[in-house]
Design a protein around this ligand. Structure first.
Ligand SMILES: *[C@@H]1O[C@H](CO)[C@@H](O)[C@H](O)[C@H]1NC(C)=O
Ligand SMILES: *[C@@H]1O[C@H](CO)[C@@H](O)[C@H](O)[C@H]1NC(C)=O
Ligand SMILES: *[C@@H]1O[C@H](CO)[C@@H](O)[C@H](O)[C@H]1NC(C)=O
Ligand SMILES: *[C@@H]1O[C@H](CO)[C@@H](O)[C@H](O)[C@H]1NC(C)=O
Ligand SMILES: *[C@@H]1O[C@H](CO)[C@@H](O)[C@H](O)[C@H]1NC(C)=O
Ligand SMILES: *[C@@H]1O[C@H](CO)[C@@H](O)[C@H](O)[C@H]1NC(C)=O
Ligand SMILES: *[C@@H]1O[C@H](CO)[C@@H](O)[C@H](O)[C@H]1NC(C)=O
Ligand SMILES: *[C@@H]1O[C@H](CO)[C@@H](O)[C@H](O)[C@H]1NC(C)=O
Ligand SMILES: *[C@@H]1O[C@H](CO)[C@@H](O)[C@H](O)[C@H]1NC(C)=O
Ligand SMILES: *[C@@H]1O[C@H](CO)[C@@H](O)[C@H](O)[C@H]1NC(C)=O
Ligand SMILES: *[C@@H]1O[C@H](CO)[C@@H](O)[C@H](O)[C@H]1NC(C)=O
Length: 706
């Protein structure tokens, strides 16, 4: 009790002061990213959540073809010509035995490899273009530029890059619009006036590979696609890019100098913009799936003003944590750096109208598709950090949009309700063929987690109504998937299924700890929802919730799943995501969860788990588990674990299994820090190391975790 009071007091102290705007600005700008060479793995980006521009050391894509990515528009390769596999309807998937009946799953069918692969690889996301400095035909390499410096100011969204070529300065400023697919660029150099410096635009063709990192697409497959200079005026040009059935437009407007555009250069899709009259040019480059462009923001100045306003709002309106007063512990400053840079990068890459792909708008992973189970990580920070405008960009409309395909998936498999897919895209809603894709289930209760989070901050009838159908169909499926075991007279999950940790035999995986706990949580939210709406509660939801199999325990620890051989004793049971830590770390405390067992489990994970092979949000989940167990020190250690790496610009490093960047890590970090800053319902308040609070660490405006 005494500890609780103390913590509560420190919470009041830390929160009461708040972080004034000037201080927020100082903290954010103290982590401005500075580079003096291009990175081999990550760009510096400007963007708005739906659109991002990745720059090399020149502020453009002069030497490294980093991507310009977006949310809309996707591309398909042509369908296979293989007889019997020429249409989507030819694809059958596979039937697997599921509690005595054959159920069709969206899995690659070895007899239909071509169409199975096509469905996984299509549609895929494109890199829209490259824009770089053109040195009047001279072959110039990055090493030919001198005095290269670059600074990304996250407070305004401004990227400034300068260098010297052949004795002349080149200064480039790069900005993105706040709400359109627009990049604004200013170039200043005497070389412009001399006709020795201009700009190139080039357009790539996509790749079939699962991972396109660090670069996306090919610039030498020129015969496979087409570009045309549709319109050229004294101060603007329009280029149309056509790739099979996909086409989109690039509009370039310029001010400050006369210029012309020529191209495409023979055998390429490269266009050259040559300024003439001045040593300064300002360009506004906008991408659009149709030749209709925003009319209200067309000048460089309008874009830079929009960017400044947008970012200043972002930094001043949401929650803030200031650890910079902590001088005695260098971990605080490193954590602060990760926090600020992750806040910027998630707003640029993940605050999308759809869930982001794991590598955001930096490059393509899994063909540019998104994973619905990862969406919890991606979107939750926007709620915890009180950026509900960003949370609501994709929610709940994502689920409304995917509802028809998810109802149909469940129906085909003989279940009620909506079975959400896993790896999907916003156009088709199809779950990409894959064994894990079709058998993973932890994405199913996510709508309940989101809805409850939304309701706790917006407890009114609109919130209840907008989520009601989604929750109803989700619960219908969840209750129906749980299988009544006549021996135990309890409801089982699986087999077949994959648990969070994707590394077990799906035919023997039964009653995994995390999924059982999440099922109970999800059905509970759905039942409460009906109560709040004064609607009748489907009896089956209650029956299943109250009669789910107990969480499996081995030697007073939570096992990965019921009956798992050699839990903790074999390297095979102690790697991949330690999801049993999520029942307390991620999910709210529940009477069904035995805290002594949670504590034993946490110790066992710390002692035996192969964390050196872990990647991702495991560390955030373990940190939150530690926080709820009262071990703040361990939480800080997890968040700074050597494997949980962030590069100089704050990009979460992927690893062997996923490319860099891996944004679930950035999101996980922010969710965990949110819990450190404001606790959870039932134990609100700051959970930072007490010494940090004593030295003046301040938090403000967080939304308490479930
Ligand atoms: C470039 O940056 C690196 C890392 O920040 C630094 O060690 C190096 O001294 C810098 N080089 C120059 C020429 O500024
Ligand atoms: C790609 O194919 C899907 C069908 O799988 C279709 O819905 C979509 O419109 C196509 N997209 C493009 C850009 O052709
Ligand atoms: C699981 O069972 C299905 C048949 O229902 C079979 O095709 C598949 O190979 C089995 N997988 C493993 C790993 O045993
Ligand atoms: C460098 O500048 C000098 C004089 O300004 C010029 O004569 C020379 O051609 C330039 N070299 C290149 C590679 O542009
Ligand atoms: C085409 O470009 C890719 C990189 O996008 C490169 O790996 C490949 O070698 C190039 N092919 C040719 C023939 O130049
Ligand atoms: C364009 O390139 C092709 C082959 O790459 C060449 O045969 C042709 O002469 C070139 N045309 C011009 C105008 O350079
Ligand atoms: C610009 O116009 C778009 C619609 O074309 C609108 O959504 C947006 O709010 C406008 N922005 C400003 C700053 O007026
Ligand atoms: C519910 O809350 C949201 C957000 O605070 C608000 O925009 C909406 O108008 C409210 N609806 C009702 C019916 O009160
Ligand atoms: C019912 O549950 C028991 C105990 O968990 C298990 O051993 C058995 O395999 C289950 N029955 C079926 C048919 O799955
Ligand atoms: C459980 O504890 C016993 C006694 O300490 C030990 O022999 C056994 O190997 C343990 N089993 C597991 C799965 O940890
Ligand atoms: C929690 O687990 C511990 C250790 O296995 C056990 O001793 C205790 O009885 C359990 N508590 C409840 C309420 O089941």
């Amino acid at each position: 009790m005494r500890t609780l009071n103390l913590l509560f007091l420190s919470f009041c102290l830390a929160d009461a002061k708040g972080v004034p705007v000037e201080q927020r600005r100082r903290v954010v700008q103290s982590f401005s990213v500075r580079r003096n060479a291009s990175s081999d793995t990550t760009p510096l980006q400007v963007g708005n959540g739906n659109f991002a521009f990745g720059a090399d050391i020149t502020g453009l894509q002069t030497f490294k073809p980093f991507a310009i990515m977006y949310t809309w528009g996707w591309h398909n390769f042509s369908l296979p010509a293989t007889p019997g596999q020429t249409s989507i309807q030819d694809y059958t998937g596979l039937e697997w035995w599921t509690h005595g009946r054959l159920v069709p799953y969206e899995q690659p069918n070895p007899a239909q490899n071509d169409i199975s692969n096509w469905l996984r690889e299509n549609p895929h996301r494109l890199n829209l273009a490259n824009v770089g400095l053109h040195f009047g035909g001279a072959k110039v390499a990055e090493s030919d530029l001198e005095e290269k410096t670059q600074e990304l100011d996250m407070w305004s969204g401004k990227l400034t890059s300068s260098s010297k070529y052949n004795g002349s300065n080149i200064e480039v400023q790069t900005w993105a619009d706040s709400d359109s697919d627009t990049v604004a660029v200013q170039i200043q150099s005497l070389l412009l006036k001399k006709g020795r410096l201009g700009l190139f635009l080039d357009f790539p063709y996509p790749d079939k590979e699962k991972f396109n990192a660090p670069f996306v697409g090919h610039f030498n497959l020129t015969t496979k696609h087409k570009t045309t200079l549709e319109k050229l005026s004294p101060r603007s040009a329009l280029i149309k890019h056509t790739l099979d059935d996909t086409s989109y437009y690039t509009r370039i407007k310029w001010e400050g100098s006369e210029a012309t555009i020529t191209g495409p250069l023979n055998g390429t899709h490269r266009y050259i913009l040559t300024p003439k009259s001045s040593s300064k040019i300002q360009l506004v480059i906008t991408f659009s799936p149709t030749p209709i462009f925003p009319r209200n923001k067309t000048t460089y100045h309008q874009i830079t003003a929009a960017s400044r306003t947008y970012w200043q709002n972002y930094w001043t309106k949401g929650a803030f944590i200031d650890l910079t007063p902590v001088k005695s512990d260098p971990r605080a400053l490193e954590l602060q750096r990760r926090i600020i840079q992750s806040q910027y990068l998630t707003a640029v890459n993940s605050a999308s109208d759809y869930p982001p792909q794991e590598s955001g708008l930096v490059n393509n992973g899994w063909h540019g598709k998104f994973h619905l189970e990862m969406n919890l990580w991606h979107t939750l920070p926007f709620a915890r950090w009180n950026h509900f405008d960003l949370f609501h960009r994709s929610l709940p409309h994502l689920y409304t949009q995917l509802l028809p395909s998810s109802l149909s998936r469940a129906t085909k498999q003989g279940y009620k309700g909506a079975r959400w897919g896993k790896m999907t895209d916003p156009i088709t809603g199809r779950s990409s063929p894959g064994e894990i894709n079709s058998l993973l289930i932890w994405q199913q209760p996510h709508p309940m987690f989101f809805a409850e989070t939304d309701y706790l901050s917006h407890p009114n009838i609109s919130t209840l109504q907008k989520w009601d159908t989604i929750l109803t169909e989700t619960a219908n499926f969840m209750a129906d998937l749980a299988w009544y075991n006549t021996t135990t007279k309890l409801y089982d999950l699986g087999p077949p299924m994959y648990p969070v940790s994707e590394n077990t035999n799906p035919n023997t995986t039964t009653n995994p700890t995390f999924e059982l706990a999440y099922w109970r949580f999800g059905l509970d939210v759905a039942i409460n929802w009906k109560n709040r709406l004064s609607q009748p509660i489907p009896q089956h939801w209650v029956t299943v919730r109250d009669n789910l199999a107990p969480l499996p325990i081995v030697n007073s620890t939570y096992a990965t799943y019921e009956g798992i051989p050699n839990m903790w004793l074999s390297p095979e049971t102690t790697f991949d995501h330690p999801a049993q830590a999520g029942i307390f770390g991620l999910l709210p405390p529940s009477p069904q969860v035995n805290v002594t067992v949670v504590r034993n489990t946490a110790e066992r994970i710390r002692e035996t788990w192969r964390l050196e092979e872990s990647y991702g949000w495991d560390f955030a989940m373990l940190a939150m588990n530690s926080l709820r167990l009262g071990d703040v020190e361990q939480a800080v250690e997890y968040l700074l674990h050597p494997v949980f790496e962030f590069d100089d610009a704050g990009y979460a490093v992927g690893g062997e299994r996923v490319p860099t960047p891996y944004f679930p890590n950035s999101a996980g970090l922010l969710v965990a820090v949110g819990m450190m800053a404001s606790g959870w319902i039932g134990d609100e308040g700051v959970k930072l190391p007490e010494q940090w609070v004593r030295e003046g660490a301040v938090v403000e405006g967080f939304v308490t975790a479930l």
